[in-house]
Design a protein around this ligand. Sequence first.
Ligand SMILES: Nc1ncnc2c1ncn2[C@@H]1O[C@H](COP(=O)(O)OP(=O)(O)O)[C@@H](O)[C@H]1O
Ligand SMILES: [Mg+2]
Length: 279
Amino acid sequence: MSTTMDSIADHGRAHHHSDVDRTGTPLIDMRDISIAFGGIHAVDQASIDLYKGEVVALLGHNGAGKSTLIKILSGAYKRDSGEIFVRGEKASIGNPRDAKAYGIETIYQTLALADNVDAAANLFLGREIMTSWGTLDDGAMEAEARKVMGRLNPNFRRFKEPVKALSGGQRQSVAIARAILFNAKILIMDEPTAALGPQETAQVADLIKELKKEDIGIFLISHDIHDVFDLSDRVVVMKNGQVVGSARTEDVTKDEVLGMIILGKCPPGATPGPGAMKE
Ligand SMILES: Nc1ncnc2c1ncn2[C@@H]1O[C@H](COP(=O)(O)OP(=O)(O)O)[C@@H](O)[C@H]1O
Ligand SMILES: [Mg+2]
């Protein structure tokens, strides 16, 4: 990037240099998205994009519109207006199946796992591998499960246990492995660490780093800047359904992002959105 940007990053702001290439077509480009429930503008003219191998943290207080915006991308809600482009092409996403066909997978806080069966059974839920005799091919599914889990979470050993016995971080990795197996290129994680302790949160951070290496783009949603700041390449802040602004994480401080979240105040390092406080 330009020397100006590099020198900004060198002023002690950045904990990491992001190496995301944003010169090409974004994986996801949501433009001027709006949706209202009754009279409430849950999302109001919001634009957000995401590149390959990039983590975009979507931040804001509870009720800011983060989940609603992302549910429009995952096909759970239908937008009133706005457009979605996937890899530069206008996408028609009317339901979750459409979104999955574009490689968009969502991991909700609840994880939606089948608690009483093991990791492999969860990975292949609804699209089991069968033998030529028409029975479940448990061996093949376990082998495949070990392969994908090995990539994401090499220390995972508990393949024979029901997932309800696993830790929160391990359950999270099973949910992510399932998305990967479904060929996710765009992963939406809504408050992934909300119910996790510090050690498990660190585990999720490791998972995210692995996914980046595989060029997967991730929308990481959180109401808590501390959970996501160091993991993100960019931050986008929402307030009252509007985008306050967006910034490369290395161009802003945590305090500045807090100012965006709390006051809607857009710092110099960020690009203001429609929701930025007017001076
Ligand atoms: N299905 C719904 N029906 C009515 N209002 C909703 C619905 N979903 C979200 N909202 C409202 O939209 C606003 C944004 O909510 P949400 O997207 O969940 O915020 P966040 O994820 O940032 O906490 C809130 O005022 C919420 O009450
Ligand atoms: Mg939410």
